[in-house]
Design a protein around this ligand. Structure first.
Ligand code: SF4
Length: 300
């Protein structure tokens, strides 16, 4: 079986790509800015092309991590409205904290605590609103220290909403749009802040609401956690919505009996990559390794 390490040995990294000097953002290219060529067909400079390439890498990362946050908000909404009975609010204190950040009232007009699922539903809807807020700036900027928010304001890079900054940055990197490398990088910062303090932060906070806020636990790590005489199940990916349910199913006595009926001594859960981090810090599920070790786990 071939592994990532063997493929890395057989591939020579492209030096033009490594410096971000190849642009294929329109069909007049691809333009390779090497040797005496310092501008693309459209006139884009080396700095502009390198900035565009970096910006596109940031938009992809921001989109994938923020969309994870959006999925967590939809899971909370489904749970609060009673459509996902296996999920629910496990950390009500965290729910109240997040409600405060999102300007969601936690008490009714008489000063009584609102029903927990009503608050959870409004938190989920407010979180989803952060992705496409029509006016102003996103609420979750309040998650950052006041001084940090002032710096963003002074630089004009406070995110308006999560999706808008991703789309705006992609728009700028297309041919005939923003040609100024520094200007492209300013928007790259704004996009990254929308993800880091918005989409990704919401993903983390809502995971805590749904699955519990992590506390120190003892566990084990590396490929030695795989068991010779149990059924090994490795959870892998970057969304905890499914992995938390697999952990619950693997602890079901009926499932353990089924594994035993086939000659195994039980079920050994472990994790790889991001979702492994989610389950090790909340459930103590052992960590088999990182992304690069996935093929090694199958080989083992
Ligand atoms: S956008 Fe400009 S530099 Fe990029 S491929 Fe088109 S012509 Fe070449």
């Amino acid at each position: 079986m071939e592994t990532a390490f063997e493929r890395a040995d057989s591939i020579t990294p492209c030096p033009i790509g490594a410096d971000g000097l190849c642009c294929k953002n329109c069909s007049m290219g691809p333009c390779r800015l090497v040797g005496k060529t310092d501008r693309g067909v459209c006139g884009a400079t080396i700095a502009t092309v390198a900035a565009r390439n970096f910006a596109r890498a940031v938009t992809v990362g921001a989109a994938s991590h923020s969309d994870h946050g959006r999925d967590m908000a939809y899971t909370l909404l489904e749970a609060a409205e009673g459509h996902a009975p296996d999920y629910g609010v496990r950390d009500p204190y965290k729910l109240m904290e997040v409600a405060d950040f999102l300007d969601v009232p936690t008490k009714d007009e008489e000063g009584e605590r609102r029903p927990i699922n009503d608050i959870a539903r409004d938190v989920a809807l407010a979180a989803l609103g952060e992705f496409g807020k029509v006016r102003g700036e996103f609420y979750y900027r309040k998650r950052a220290p006041a001084k940090r928010q002032e710096i963003w304001e002074s630089l004009g890079i406070t995110p308006r909403n999560i999706d808008r900054e991703i789309v705006d940055l992609l728009h700028r990197t297309h041919i005939g749009n923003d040609q100024d490398a520094e200007h492209i990088l300013d928007q790259t910062l704004r996009c990254a802040l929308g993800d880091g303090w918005g989409g990704s932060m919401l993903g983390t906070d809502i995971s805590d609401i749904l699955f519990g806020t992590p506390a120190p636990v003892r566990s084990q790590a590396n490929l030695g956690v795989l068991s010779e005489d149990k059924v090994n199940i490795i959870i892998h990916g970057h969304e905890p919505t499914l992995s938390e349910m697999i952990v619950a199913a693997a602890m079901d006595p009926e499932m353990i009996e089924y594994a035993k009926s086939k000659g195994a001594k039980g079920i050994q859960m472990s994790g790889i990559c991001c979702t492994a981090n989610e389950t090790v810090m909340r459930q103590g599920v052992p960590l088999a390794g990182n992304f690069l070790q996935q093929e090694l786990a199958i080989l083992t």
